[in-house]
Design a protein around this ligand. Structure first.
Ligand code: SF4
Length: 434
């Protein structure tokens, strides 16, 4: 591999799916809404609280999606809005204020409160941004109150994180024009993974590294023209735009999945911060070799197997690149809710040119194509998995890919295992039936 070529095979830097036609689907959708993001965001932001302003359905979703966290001190709740006509809205605002007052009086540990909008019509009638402004003023300086939408009408499940982080950007202080160049990691990574990346950057000599979201609101970094940011997730389009509006510069890179993606992601920072090539290679070599060796063990089980991605998390393109280039899988169709060509500019040329790309969803047509293709593995939402399994197709829940630590060198084999496991299960079941 050539470091000067951004660590990609030179022959692979053109072609692939860079200019491939995209099948645009605008039909019925089968995905979770953006409220789901609260499940991983509340673990990351340790002094934040997420108050969903929604219906009993929203409360049910949050409770079942976050059921695993039952023993944790809850940092999310639902304020259930009953149906009201427009005349009742003043009462609703008063009621919301009372709920927030009670919550903050009971929980002085909360420093950042998100009012999270949802899609019931009685919530849509409420102006949550105005409510957040009013409540922020009332509870300042102890608590900041922000709002974003997790509504299923506007967001798919990973877009909830995008909306949440975009709401944080205006809260970031302006870095002075002569501030030292800072690297900002954007996307809610598990702390252990964020720390691994920080150690690698420190070993390269990049000392000023910040993260969005920060673990505590008091650590929210400043932003300005000397901020260089790396997206850790491909679904942060609005957040990236908000940061760019504040003068920050996005570093173009593969997403940090697998040995290749992680190396390229780290390399983009190394180039931007003037790290010499020798130092960069010395720092990444051990992790990269560990990842490559660990992936070899999983490769035997995945090589030559075909895979079909339903549009769900927006992680589909980088994951398909990782599975095809590092594990020898064959992506038949890669569907994504939204194809961000700029952020995926380095990813798309690395997909096999035979891959069909689709954007948006028309679930019945996609199910038909999947049935025709009979892939070895289908990656889809929970609602589609059971029917496909009933038809003899092996599935992987895409939501697990967001809940599990999958970024970086040390998680590369765990990420590959997530795809190997359903096929192992299917093989064991077939053996048992025989
Ligand atoms: Fe359902 Fe909408 Fe509530 Fe999401 S926000 S749980 S889609 S009602």
């Amino acid at each position: 591999m050539s470091a000067s070529a951004g660590l990609l095979e030179p022959s692979a830097s053109v072609g692939g799916c860079a200019d491939a036609p995209v099948l645009r689907e605008r039909g019925q959708r089968e995905v979770f809404c953006g409220l789901t993001g609260i499940v991983w965001l509340h673990r990351k932001m340790q002094d934040a609280f997420f108050l969903v302003v929604g219906s009993r359905t929203c409360a049910h979703l949050i409770q079942s999606a976050a059921g695993v966290m039952i023993f944790a001190e809850p940092r999310f709740a639902t304020a259930i809005m009953e149906e009201k006509d427009l005349a009742g809205l003043t009462d609703t605002n008063d009621e919301l204020d009372r709920v927030v007052d009670r919550l903050l009086a009971r929980r002085p540990d909360i420093k950042l409160l998100f009012l999270v909008g949802s899609c019931p019509s009685e919530v849509i009638k409420l102006d949550l941004s105005r409510a957040a402004g009013r409540l922020s003023e009332k509870h300042s300086p102890n608590v900041r109150v922000l709002n974003y939408s997790g509504s299923g009408i506007e967001t798919t499940f990973t877009q909830g994180e995008d909306a949440c982080l975009a709401a944080l950007v205006p809260q970031m202080a302006a870095a002075p024009a002569n501030a030292e160049q800072t690297l900002l990691i954007v996307g809610a990574l598990p702390d252990v993974v964020e720390d691994q990346f920080r150690r690698l950057f420190a070993a390269m000599g990049i000392q000023r590294v910040e993260a969005l979201p920060a673990r505590r609101i008091s650590d929210l970094p400043s932003v300005g023209p000397n901020t260089r940011f790396l997206l850790a997730q491909p679904f942060l389009g609005d957040t990236a735009r908000a940061l760019e509006d504040r003068g920050a510069v996005r570093l173009d890179a593969l997403f940090p999945f697998g040995a290749e993606g992680t190396t390229d992601w780290l390399h983009a920072a190394a180039v931007a911060f003037g790290v010499d090539e020798m130092t960069f290679r010395t720092v990444v070599a051990p992790g990269r070799e560990r990842a490559t060796r660990a992936l070899e063990k999983v490769r035997a089980r995945l090589e030559g197997k075909s895979i079909f991605f339903f549009p769900d998390s927006q992680l589909e393109v980088p994951l398909a690149r990782f599975l095809s280039r590092e594990l020898g899988m064959i992506p038949l169709e890669v569907g994504t809710p939204y194809l961000h060509r700029t952020h995926l500019a380095k990813e798309l040329p690395l997909l096999p040119s035979s891959t069909r790309l689709s954007e948006g969803q028309d679930v019945d047509r996609q199910l038909d194509r999947c049935r025709d293709a009979r892939p070895d593995l289908s990656v889809c939402g929970l609602g589609l998995a059971n029917p496909l399994e009933m038809e003899g197709l092996t599935t992987k829940w895409s939501i697990e890919l967001v809940f599990s630590p999958v970024h970086g060198f040390d998680q590369a084999a765990d990420l590959a295992e997530l795809f190997a496991r359903p096929m192992n299960r299917r093989d064991r079941l077939s053996d048992a039936i025989v």
